[in-house]
Design a protein around this ligand. Structure first.
Ligand SMILES: [Zn+2]
Ligand SMILES: [Zn+2]
Length: 367
């Protein structure tokens, strides 16, 4: 927003200009800008400005009050524009800022719902089909709120102005203020004979089926905006939007981190020791994983592009599989015998009685 022009600046004079100079400056400007000699709308606006500035600065009391507050406005609240300054001094009676009645046309309200998606639904996107309660245009009156055959009339309280004038005392003296008319909500019209279908609102509650696509890659807590699926507007106003809050069911198999997925795969000691191939369930179906022989617990395998699609751009994250080597607890007699045999071959009596104490090694701390 442009800074409010100073009244002295408008007339092109110094702050300490004597009254004679103010008058002379105004006359000089008025001669070229007067509506009788100049039809340019921009110049007419300028003429209004210099006249307003002159009327304030040529009145010693008003000039003093203006100097006191300047463009900072009373109570430090800045004036929005030059018209605000004029309103303060002339009570809205200068320059004709007549707001007039407020239009009845109003945009419909936004509505908010929540949907709960399955985990795969949030990853790949899903079409939603929901029944919602919302306000629709009343078919009986076509939305104008008047009983068919009747129409709205001029408001009797405000006479159609949409606002009620009141006199108020302020630091600038007596000021006329205008407040919106309560009887007609500022529209200047009232409906003497309301429509029976909607009670005069022009809208009626309905149940509607709404279909929309949830894009791939949405997250818990996101809001989607479905345009035009909220409440109908008033008097031909556009409909509001439907705001869809996203909830996602947690997955038993995956944790999502950004666009990547993380899961844990249990691997037997023999698979980890001997190596081999294993099929795992991903969101894209089974994938074959190669387990190298001698794999340690905690090894992370990466399946490129098997994560979550990006919302705004192409490509997908990765799936990271952490291998967890399971130590068996439920050995059969035969298995126990075999493992004992293995231990004997591998390192006879490791850790048993009589063996030398074993050295520790430094752990590898990660930064
Ligand atoms: Zn009214
Ligand atoms: Zn109606």
């Amino acid at each position: 927003m442009a800074a409010v022009r100073d009244l002295y600046e408008i007339l092109g004079i110094d702050r300490d200009a004597p009254p004679s100079e103010i008058k002379a400056a105004y006359r000089k400007l008025a001669r070229t800008l007067h509506p009788d000699v100049n039809a340019d709308p921009a110049d007419q606006e300028r003429f209004k400005e210099i006249t307003g500035a002159y009327e304030i600065l040529s009145d010693p009391a008003k000039r003093r009050r203006y100097d006191e507050f300047g463009a900072a406005g009373p109570q430090g609240a800045p004036f929005g524009d030059i018209q605000d300054i004029f309103d303060m001094f002339f009570g809205g009676g200068f320059g004709g800022r007549s707001r007039g009645p407020r239009s009845r046309v109003r945009r419909g309200e936004d509505l908010r719902i929540r949907v709960r998606l399955t985990f795969p639904g949030s990853v790949f996107g899903v079409e939603q089909r929901l029944e919602i309660e919302r306000l629709a245009v009343c078919e009986r009156c076509g939305g104008n709120g008047a009983r068919p055959g009747t129409s709205a009339v001029t408001c009797r309280t405000c006479g159609g102005a949409g606002e009620v004038q009141a006199v108020r005392r302020s630091i600038f003296g007596t000021v006329m203020t205008a407040t919106p008319c309560v009887a007609c909500g500022g529209t200047g019209e009232e409906i003497p004979d309301p429509c029976e279908g909607c009670g005069g609102d022009g809208r009626v509650p309905t149940t509607a089926t709404v279909t929309f696509d949830v894009p791939a890659g949405v997250l818990e807590g996101m809001d989607l905006r479905v345009g035009g699926e909220g409440n109908a507007g008033v008097s031909g106003g556009s409909a509001g939007d439907l705001i869809v809050g996203i909830e996602v069911e947690p997955s038993d198999a995956f944790v999502r981190q950004g666009q990547d997925l993380h899961g844990v795969l249990d691997v037997s000691i023999t698979q980890a020791t001997l190596g081999g191939e294993v099929d795992v369930e991903t969101l894209d179906g089974p994938e074959r994983l190669r387990i190298e022989s001698g794999t340690e617990s905690g090894t992370v395998l990466r399946l490129k592009g098997k994560g979550v699609p990006h919302l705004q751009r192409r490509g997908r994250g990765d799936l990271f599989v952490t291998l967890h080597i399971v130590t068996p607890r439920d050995l059969s007699k035969e298995e126990r015998t075999l493992l004992q045999r293995f231990a004997e071959i591998r390192d006879a009596g490791a850790g048993g009685n009589g063996a030398a104490p074993r050295a520790l090694r430094r752990p590898e701390y990660r930064p």
